[in-house]
Design a protein around this ligand. Structure first.
Ligand code: PMP
Ligand code: GLU
Length: 393
């Protein structure tokens, strides 16, 4: 008898984390691998945030459990943040803090889905959504968006995916992996559609502050009172504040759903690590100047590397507007090299060019690979040079 549950047997390991671990293991063996796998800023957490955390440890505040749903002071900071960037403040009972946006998303699905309930997830999408929905016996309903529409879902496509079991629509803008941003008009149409059919919107806004070249992020929850009531916003400090290791995520929205998420937190992780909560308060309320410095660095990397990547034979890429990923279509490149499977192609690039990418397969995109440009320019330039040499060989 197998010792493992069907749940675990049916689940995929996160392909982003697996690709990063593989690159690290090869590096440890002495290979000269350039890893463009993980979506995490290469900057260290800003000094003012580090200092706030150290102070919380030294003055003893970080020694103790906090309320499971998060420190009241942190909820005030989140409400102020919402007011500033979303245009509305929120009471404490509409906010919950947890161990990364990733766990918050999982707790959300566990809170709202009964077995068989459907979640519409336009693809390409981030690697963890589909498995998280399956883990709580929900049904992910995916469909392909088109490159012609910048990988964005249309109301027509959503309507075709809707059934009487549809409970949630997942939106991630700016998107991981495509970097595309939905416009205000597109979001308005989608929001109105969701309200009309009483479908919850899960807005994963984690890349909302990482937008480039004059592009703007619109929060769907800010578009109307009706849409806001129907939307749960998921956000965090990992990407914007270079705090992936601190594991701070939060959700904002309907108080019953928020209380459900808090209940799950109280029975699983208990509160998010106290020191991380104190660090997050400083991140959200303290000096914001380092955030803009990092955003500008990402923008410069994008603007430098995007044209170079487009020169790699067989790589076709739409210029992203936000997040920190490039998501080239490599159909022609695979043909040129005799591959039909993008994961095998990604492995060949790793073995022969010593550049670690993430296969598009995990994002529901069998013709694409993902490069993270959250790494320094020299590494990025050398990685693209190697890709070009690999394709020209
Ligand atoms: N959503 C998206 C789209 C992401 O790319 C990530 C990556 N980390 C997360 C959520 C989770 O972020 P974290 O758990 O670090 O807050
Ligand atoms: N979200 C980042 C990525 O997609 C970090 C890894 C993960 O959580 O998937 O690379």
């Amino acid at each position: 008898m197998t010792k493992l549950s069907n749940r675990v047997l049916d689940m995929e390991e996160s392909v982003t984390l697996a690709a990063s671990a593989r690159a690290k293991a090869l590096k440890a063996q002495g290979r000269d691998i350039l890893s463009l796998t993980l979506g995490e800023p290469d900057f260290v957490t800003p000094k003012n945030i580090q200092d706030a955390a150290i102070e919380a440890i030294q003055n003893g505040k970080a020694s103790f459990y906090t309320v499971a749903s998060g420190l009241p002071e942190l909820k005030v900071a989140i409400s102020d943040y919402m007011e500033k960037f979303y245009g509305y403040a929120v009471p404490a009972n509409e906010i919950v803090v947890g161990t990364g946006a990733k766990f918050i998303l999982y707790a959300f699905f566990a809170t709202v889905l009964n077995p068989g309930d459907e979640v519409i997830i336009p693809t390409p999408c981030w690697v963890s959504y589909v498995d998280q929905v399956k883990m709580v016996d929900g049904v992910p309903v995916t469909f392909q968006t088109t490159e012609a529409n910048d990988f964005k879902a249309t109301v027509k496509q959503l309507e075709a995916a809707r059934t009487d079991r549809t409970k949630v629509l997942l939106l991630n803008s700016p998107s991981n992996p495509t970097g595309m941003i939905y416009s205000k008009d597109e979001l308005q149409a989608i929001g109105d559609w969701a309200v009309e059919h009483n479908i919850l919107i899960l807005a994963d806004d984690i890349y909302g502050r990482l937008v480039y070249n004059g592009n703007e992020f619109t929060a769907i929850s800010g578009l109307s009172e009706a849409i806001r009531k129907q939307t749960i916003v998921v956000n965090g400090v990992s990407k914007t504040y270079a705090m992936t290791g601190w594991r701070v995520g939060f959700a904002v929205g309907n108080p019953e759903i928020i209380a459900g998420i808090a209940k799950i937190i109280s029975q699983t992780t208990s509160n998010l690590t106290a020191v991380s909560q104190y660090a997050a308060i400083e991140a959200l309320t303290g000096d914001q100047s380092s955030i803009e410095v990092m955003r500008q660095a990402f923008e410069e990397r994008l603007n430098t590397i995007y044209p170079l990547l487009n020169e790699v034979p067989g790589f076709e890429v739409i210029k992203p507007q936000g997040a920190f990923y490039l998501f080239p279509n490599v159909k022609k490149a695979m043909e040129m090299k005799g591959y039909t499977d993008v994961t095998e192609f990604t492995n060949a690039i790793l073995e022969e060019a010593e550049v670690a990418l993430v296969t598009g397969a995990g994002f529901g995109a069998p013709e694409n690979v993902r490069l993270s440009y959250a790494t320094d320019l020299d590494t990025l330039k050398e990685a693209v040079r190697r890709l070009k040499a690999f394709m020209e060989k």
